[in-house]
Design a protein around this ligand. Structure first.
Ligand code: ADP
Ligand code: MG
Ligand code: MG
Length: 906
């Protein structure tokens, strides 16, 4: 059988379905499904994503040949359903050509509307509609879009101006007109003429008049756009494989630009920012396509309620609102009513919050798109829990609906309340993407990137953003735009990124050239501080520090459900009582890694620590260690208290000693004075500590084996505190962890010292507590000989930072020199220090778990590298049977959700 490349839809029938997204793209699959469930959708057809791959492999001409027959038949079907004729003078059929891949790629691919128009067809449309202005407005739009998208006239850099916009501005200026809607038919005719001249000048060719040439040009342009720079960047940022390809949708036009009873809009079945279960959206009368999101005119709200809320935020009176910005419910009540019914139908059917596009042509409603709406982290949680309660979905679906990584936003900071109380709002805008941000004003995306690289916090301020600004937006703390709405580019993208954004800020005038911005007459320069509240839309002068977020009942419920399904525990990496408490509040079930070295950098400890390191013999070291013992005990006490009843894995001293000693003259002089020896001696000892490859030198358990008294002191501190805390009613559950084991004997030697010390402490105190002694697995040799080590060790904790470093042979501290290039060229798919390399490093982990449990079935295994809080790595840990993952406190909820998802999927 011949391969089917084209799927038609229209008039309540469709060859495709919603579950055919891989083949038809998200847009095409849902256009088909909407037809099937009786939602009004203009007829059309979808060319499959497979053709995109064929196009890239076989070339344009060959693929056009393959498609010709099927496309001609599909066009004939549109003609039949609409009673029009493609290329006809009297009654022309106009279509849109739209891209659509499996997942939505906002702003990545451009749509061409009103295709099929030429000097003859425009007259036909004018006559048939009795609306000459509308016909020429459509023609004007078509030539512009076709020139930009298909003929490549859209400027590539933001410094250049779109040649069509330039002509528009000239014409508007010469007529003293501000809005596109004020252009007369004659103006539009002039525009079309000048646009075509511009096309000829720019491309050397006349604007194509044959609709079939136009159609094939547009179809191929969609396929080409899959490989454009912006699309490639977006795919890279979102891990979308190139092989997926895009589908092309060709669809009969419906016209929102036919006058006062026509319009176009975008809507969400629930609030995409907060998750509240209220239908909301924006529309414009007498508008077409992306006018609403382009931010040229101020979009109006669909519901009365939404409209009143909006007016209040904008400081607009009820009279002015009703007169100038009426809701759709007020302006076209019948259409609004139908739209409200349709949105409910779609949500009930797809059982998720939908993001809709609609157009009203002369009082008749048409749906042009539906998809699961992008949402903030807060909305994601609220919608999942609400839909669970409302019976739309079950618990497992609720868990799956939530993107673990996105929880990060909820844990994000809000403004410090005290500072906020004193702060002065400069202006307000729309609360486009929640959260708080403070930073220095920059006006260009590349500067946002540069400044961020220098460690500065920036707020990217733009009149409106466009896809070219993506990188800059990603690095900024927050985004402020002077124009746009809740569904404009900045708003949608910022929500996707979980980045704070205020759009359409009032009385903001931005001057890109001068790099200044005036807000209500107050001038701000590049580098000045401002603060944004993306949840209220308020913009503040100056720097307002932010503080941690508070979590609500929905979040807690989601976490409880997650724990119900997860089979791994989530612990935290914490070195201080404060971090331990934060993590416990986030649901950590213990500490998986308590690094002791950080403790030694504190003021009261660094001097005796240095004495210990610089001592010339064991006696000197022991003297210094005696001073450290009580200090170390105090540290442990705080952590054990915070983790009362939960396991605490304490890692013995790990880093190379030279990290602790002063390398400058002043510091060395001070140590000479403290220790009563000469500067020269100190200097020599410091020099003596230097290694050419410290990461592979005297560190980890090699230290404890060379200087057993250090291990003794640490083991003593841990156990003395554990026993002493019993009196307070605190249960300490210490797990002593030996770092950097490579050979079982070096672990065994350390274990013996620890055991001896523990027995001494028990005897002295005449009391005991439960404990464990285990090791990190972070040297490949340890993984390879795990069966030997497991005979001695109670537990394994995979230190995947070092394990990655040593397996790849990449120095963690130098990797920045080549990693970006490797990622760029696709040599590496991810930074292996961020996302666990499952094929290589993962193999070592999995093997070590297996070998270890062969000799000790009860062996407890966990992970404590950075990967412990990264969702895909957490899922891997589940698969290989780890008992727990341990991550930084703020990643704990993310790991809990990922652990549950792993259990459900696994
Ligand atoms: P994107 O993926 O960027 O949203 P779309 O293909 O959805 O691009 O289309 C861009 C705009 O054009 C949307 O507002 C859409 O509703 C509108 N549009 C697309 N096809 C038609 C059509 N056949 N009739 C009227 N408007 C259309
Ligand atoms: Mg678009
Ligand atoms: Mg769309």
């Amino acid at each position: 059988m011949k391969k089917k490349r084209v799927y038609t839809f229209g008039n309540g029938a469709a060859e495709g379905r919603a579950d055919m997204k891989n083949l038809l793209g998200g847009k095409g699959a849902n256009l088909a499904e909407m037809n099937l469930i009786g939602v009004p959708v203009p007829p059309g057809f979808t060319i499959t994503t497979e053709v995109c791959t064929e196009y890239n492999e076989l070339g344009r001409d060959y693929v056009v040949g393959l498609l010709k027959e099927e496309v001609e038949q599909a066009v004939a079907q549109i003609e039949e359903l609409t009673g029009t004729k493609f290329g006809d003078k009297e009654n022309p059929c106009l279509v849109s050509v739209r891209s659509g891949s499996r997942v939505s790629m906002p702003g990545m691919m451009d749509t061409v509307l009103n295709l099929g128009l030429n000097d003859d067809a425009v007259e036909g449309i004018a006559k048939k509609s009795g609306n000459e202005r509308f016909a020429w407005d459509s023609y004007r739009r078509f030539v512009q879009m076709y020139g930009d998208v298909v003929l490549g006239m859209k400027p590539q850099s933001k410094e250049d101006i779109d040649p069509f916009e330039e002509i528009m501005d000239e014409v508007k200026e010469s007529k003293g007109i501000e809005l596109d809607t004020d252009l007369t038919t004659d103006d539009l005719k002039e525009l079309v003429k000048r646009f075509k001249t511009a096309v000829k000048e720019n491309t050397g060719n006349d604007f194509p008049v044959d609709p079939w040439d136009q159609l094939w040009g547009a179809v191929c342009a969609v396929f080409d756009s899959w490989m454009n720079e912006r699309a490639i960047l977006y795919r890279k940022m979102n891990n979308i494989p190139e092989e997926w390809g895009t589908a092309v949708n060709v669809q009969a036009m419906v016209y929102g630009n036919m006058g006062k009873t026509s319009g176009t809009g975008v809507a969400f079945t629930r609030d995409a920012a907060t998750g509240e279960d209220i239908f909301n959206g924006e529309y414009l009368i007498d508008a077409q396509g992306e006018d609403v999101v382009a931010g040229v005119r101020t979009p109006q709200q669909i519901t009365i309620e939404g409209s009143r809320r909006w007016a209040k935020l904008q400081g607009i009176s009820e009279e002015e609102r009703a007169a100038k910005y009426p809701s759709l419910e007020e302006a076209l009540p019948e259409c609004a009513k139908e739209l409200i019914e349709v949105q409910q139908k779609l949500e009930d059917y797809f059982k998720d919050m939908q993001d809709l596009e609609f157009t009203i042509q002369d009082g008749k409603l048409w749906l042009l798109q539906t998809r699961s709406g992008k949402r903030t982290g807060a909305a994601m949680v609220k919608i999942a829990i609400d839909m669970l309660h409302q019976g739309y979905i079950d618990e497992k679906t609720a868990l799956k609906r939530c993107d673990a990584e996105k929880l990060d936003e909820l844990l994000h900071p809000v403004f410090d309340k005290k500072l906020l109380a004193q702060a002065k709002p400069l202006t307000n805008g729309l609360p486009a993407s929640p959260g708080a941000a403070t930073g220095q004003v920059v006006f260009h995306a590349d500067e946002a990137e540069e400044w961020s690289k220098q460690g500065k916090q920036v707020i990217l301020c733009r009149i409106e953003t466009s896809p070219e600004d993506l990188r800059g937006m990603a690095t900024a703390q927050g985004i402020l735009t002077a124009r746009g709405g809740m569904t404009s580019h900045a708003a949608v993208v910022a929500r996707g990124m979980g980045k704070c954004c205020v759009s359409a800020a009032n009385n903001v005038v931005i001057n890109y050239k001068e790099r200044t911005m005036t807000i209500h007459g107050k001038e701000l320069k590049e580098g000045d501080w401002i603060s944004l509240n993306g949840s209220t839309g308020l913009v503040y002068e100056g720097r307002i520090e932010t503080q941690d977020a508070e979590l609500d009942a929905d979040f807690n419920e989601l976490m409880e459900i997650a724990d119900k399904y997860a089979r791994m525990d989530v612990r935290t990496n914490a070195d201080t009582p404060r971090d331990a408490k934060v993590a416990r509040d986030f649901g950590a079930r213990g500490i998986g890694l308590c690094r002791t070295e950080h403790m030694f950098f504190e003021e009261d400890k660094i001097i005796p620590m240095r004495e210990m390191i610089l001592a010339k013999d064991e006696e000197g070291r022991r003297k210094a260690l005696e001073k450290l013992l009580p200090l170390q005990k105090k540290d442990f006490a705080g952590i054990f208290r915070a983790m009362d009843g939960l396991p605490v894995t304490v890692r013995l001293l790990d880093p190379p000693l030279h990290e602790f000693v002063p390398h400058d003259e002043k510091g060395q002089m001070e140590m000479a004075r403290v220790m009563g020896i000469s500067y020269k001696d100190i200097h020599e000892r410091v020099e003596g500590l230097l290694e050419s490859n410290p990461m592979l030198g005297l560190r980890g358990c090699r230290l404890g084996n060379l200087y057993p008294e250090i291990t003794e002191m640490q083991a003593r501190a841990i156990m003395e505190v554990a026993i002493e805390l019993k009196e307070e009613g605190i249960t300490a559950c210490p797990e002593i962890m030996v770092p950097l084991t490579g050979i079982v004997h070096e672990f065994k030697a350390q274990k013996d010292i620890i055991e001896n010390t523990i027995q001494k402490v028990f005897a002295e105190k005449n009391d005991s507590v439960e404990y464990k002694i285990g090791t990190m697995i972070e040297i490949p040799r340890a993984a390879l000989t795990a069966h030997k080590i497991a005979r001695e060790a109670d537990f394994f904790s995979f230190g995947t930072n070092d394990l990655t470093q040593m397996t790849f042979g990449y120095s963690r501290d130098d990797v920045a020199k080549f990693l970006p290039m490797y990622l760029d060229k696709g040599i590496l798919k991810h930074d292996p220090f961020a996302v666990l390399d499952q094929n290589g490093v993962g193999q070592l982990v999995s093997m070590a778990v297996q070998k270890g449990r062969e000799v000790r079935p009860t062996l407890k295994c966990g992970i404590c590298g950075e990967h412990g809080g990264e969702p895909s790595s957490v899922k891997f840990c589940h698969t290989v049977g780890l008992n727990y993952v341990s991550c930084s406190p703020f990643r704990v909820p993310i790991a809990r959700l990922a652990a549950a998802q792993a259990a459900i999927e696994g």
